[in-house]
Every structure is written in C-alpha cells, then in structure tokens.
Design a protein around this ligand. Sequence first.
Ligand SMILES: [Zn+2]
Length: 359
Amino acid sequence: MTPPRPAPLRAGRPALRTTRALLAASLTLFAPSARATDAPATATAASLETLTAADRRAATIGYELQTHGLSFCTHQTNLPGWVVQDASQYRADFRAAAERLYHLDQGPAVTALVPGGAAEKAGVEVGDVLRGINGKALAQEPSAQRRAISAGYEQVIGALDKAFADGPVSLDILRGGRPIGIRLAGARGCASDIQVDISSSFNADADGRTIGVSLAMLRYADTDDGLAFIMGHELSHDILGHAEMLDGEHVKRGLLRSIGKNRTRILDTEQQADYLGIYLAASAGYDLDAVDRFWRRYTHDHGLGLFGDGTHLGDRSRIRFIAAAIAEVRATRTQGLPLVPDYPQFLARFRASAATPSH
Ligand SMILES: [Zn+2]
C-alpha cells in the first residue's frame, strides 16, 4: 500500500509534544468525507469519544508499564494516571465540541482516567477542570496565545510534570462549576508522557520524555499485550536515554540513518529497546505468548520486507530476537529468579545461537 515506508518503531522524532495538535487536526480521519465544519455535532462528539477511548487505552498500558517497570529506570516520577487535555490542542472547528464534552472552555480538564490509577483512587473524575496546582493557577483564561495550537497544552503539561516530580500535589478543581480541592500523590513510575499520535502509519516513537503511539497502531493491536510490547519498546528508548545519547554522538536519524555508524548505532539501540521492552511487558503482567503472536502478525502484515535499511533487524531476525528475549524471561521465571535484564550477556548468547545453523 505504502511501499517506501519508514522503519517501524523508530526512536527520536522530535517535538512529539505537539502531536496532540496533529491529533486534533486529523480528526477528519473519523469524520465523514464532508469537511469537519459540516459534520453533524453528534458525529463530532462521537469522534472525540473515539479518541478519548484511544487515549485511555494508551494511558492505561503506559501506566502499567511505567509503574511495574520501576526497577528498570532511574528517571522516576509520580504518575497521576489520567489524560489531561487543553482546548488549544483542538482545531478551531472541533474546539466547540471538545469544550462542550470536557468543559475545556473553563481550562485544561481530565478527559480520561486510568482504571484503578492514582487519580481515580483519589477521587478525580472525568470532566474535572484543573484550575490550579499547589496553589498556583495552571492556565490563564483563554487568550489569543493560549489558543495557539498546543501552546496551552505545553504550558499545562510542563507545570503538571514539574509538580508531580516534586511529590504529592494539591489540585484546585472545578467540578460542575463548584471549586473542590483534591490531594493527589501519584504512583511512582518511570517518567514519560504518553501521547496518541494521529497517524495512518503503523508507528510509535520516543523522544526522551514522551512516548507516541499512532492511532493506526492502536487499532491494529487487537490485544493490549501486543500494544504493551510496542509501548514497552518506546518506553525503553526513554529509559535508556537513546534519543539524547544518539544526538550526543551526532548520529543522524533522518535521511542519513542508514549510512555508516548511524546505521549500527541505531540498530544497537533498537535491539536494546526490543530486549528491555519484553522485560517491561513481562513485569507489568502482559502475556508474552500474545506478544510473540502479535509481533509475528505485525511482521507479516507490516514488516520491512525488502525495504529494510539496516537500522532495524530484518523481519525474521527480529522475530527470533524477540522470541529469544521472551524465552530468557520465561527461563528466569521458571527458576523463580527476579527479572533483571542483562543486555550484553543476552546479545552474546543470541549471536552465538545465530551462528548455529540449526536455529
Ligand atoms: Zn525503536
């Protein structure tokens, strides 16, 4: 369908923070072929609810991976376990519906909660408008600047990230027009924001602080187990600091990615992310059989085929690599030992087995 597609699950596309803007801008994916402004209000609301369901699913899997993977990451924070959005993320013709549905006209609001997550347990509800955090106003009244695409969102997420990193927070919430206060400690987890990226490509990204997973990938992943591996792979890039590391080494990840050291360095980080991604999915309790099945199906449907550029393992090798990581986790569990990833040792064993023709 789309022959020269990029390698899947690549790391490091910059400026992922703005993808919510793309998300809103691409709502026509759901709307009928009519221009969005002509779409009936109910269709608009349904589109937004579809997006919210995708947000909730990605946030929930991310939360599971981040909280259960605590022992694998040094950059930790307190995770609220919610999805917060701001009116500035929505294209003008969808903004009214978004404001109506989530009270975004009154400020940034909670549009979804991770079931059983910290925010839900603390009594936060969908539709709660966030007015302040730790006594400071979170966002100004709607202004021209805030209305610029994503500007408000950047401001809100930045303030929330900072507050939660410091510990329990006091939230000033507007619920049904009435101000209430909620204290929210958050759950300890690996630091990364989760974003659903509107995109028709089967992709996921990590830029060091944000994990993006495309709506197409969310739809394709028919089980949460498969999606947990995809997101675990991306979380691994963030945990291992790959984006920053490759930038520091002046490794080119764009058009020059398959040239010289760029290729080998990227390939190395991709394999590390596959390996740790399996450990993260396993630690969060996802079914590794389902992960294996998902990856084989994905490769069959969307593999690199002949288009591989060397920055990722070839289709068959990558299936074997992932299966070997799964086998290592299973063996560790059979022995009753804790899951402690050891990538260099794994890689040496994998390479030795790859040199054996019977494998
Ligand atoms: Zn990757």
